[in-house]
Design a binder for this molecule. Structure first.
Ligand SMILES: Nc1nc2c(c(=O)[nH]1)N[C@H]1C(S)=C(S)[C@@H](COP(=O)(O)O)O[C@H]1N2
Ligand SMILES: [Mo]
Length: 158
């Protein structure tokens, strides 16, 4: 399992968990529960990832793709670039699927679902592709309460 990062970047990359762990120590977060008590594991800051691939100034949107369940979210980059993280490990092992692993995007201090553009729904689980774009990209997050409730019902069945 690896993460592809492309779009408005100087150096598109395909990163393994090992590569993420090898990114700058200053961008590593040993225990993400210090940022969000509900989440656990080892994470790397989005800003560290962006520096690694050389995000261009033209990049305005961050689009998170989860091929596993065909879930996609596209959010304004500026709002999350300095606080979002990617969780990639729990207790020395890959982040388990029930926690959204192997890779999970997290914006600490997000709004509740459906209250804002950057909400719990934007905390994309099973992320395998991050795309930086000029315009908003693919986004199939629920658009009303009924869709949102359906999504959670489907999740509970898996
Ligand atoms: N890939 C993927 N990510 C997702 C979702 C999903 O259905 N698929 N649901 C979102 C929603 S609506 C919520 S509230 C949170 C739930 O995360 P949790 O199950 O870890 O609490 O994940 C978000 N990320
Ligand atoms: Mo949700």
């Amino acid at each position: 399992m690896s993460l592809r990062i492309d779009g408005e970047v100087e150096r598109p990359a395909q990163l393994s968990t090992h590569d993420l762990a090898a990114l700058n120590e200053a961008d590593q977060i040993a225990d993400v529960s210090r940022l969000d008590p509900k989440r656990h594991g080892r994470a790397v800051r989005l800003s560290g990832l962006l520096a690694h691939v050389g995000a261009r100034a033209t990049a305005k949107y961050l689009t998170l793709h989860a091929t596993a369940d065909d879930f996609h979210a596209s959010i304004p980059l500026e709002a999350v670039r300095d606080r979002a993280v990617l969780i990639y490990e729990l207790d020395g092992a890959p982040l388990p699927a029930k926690a959204g692993g192997p890779l999970r995007f997290l914006v600490p201090d997000h709004a509740a679902c459906r209250m804002d553009e950057i909400d719990d729904c934007a905390n994309v689980k099973f992320v395998d592709h991050i795309e930086l774009t000029v315009e908003r990209g693919r986004d199939n997050r629920p658009t009303d309460e009924e869709e949102h409730a359906d999504l959670h019902r489907r999740e509970a069945q898996n």
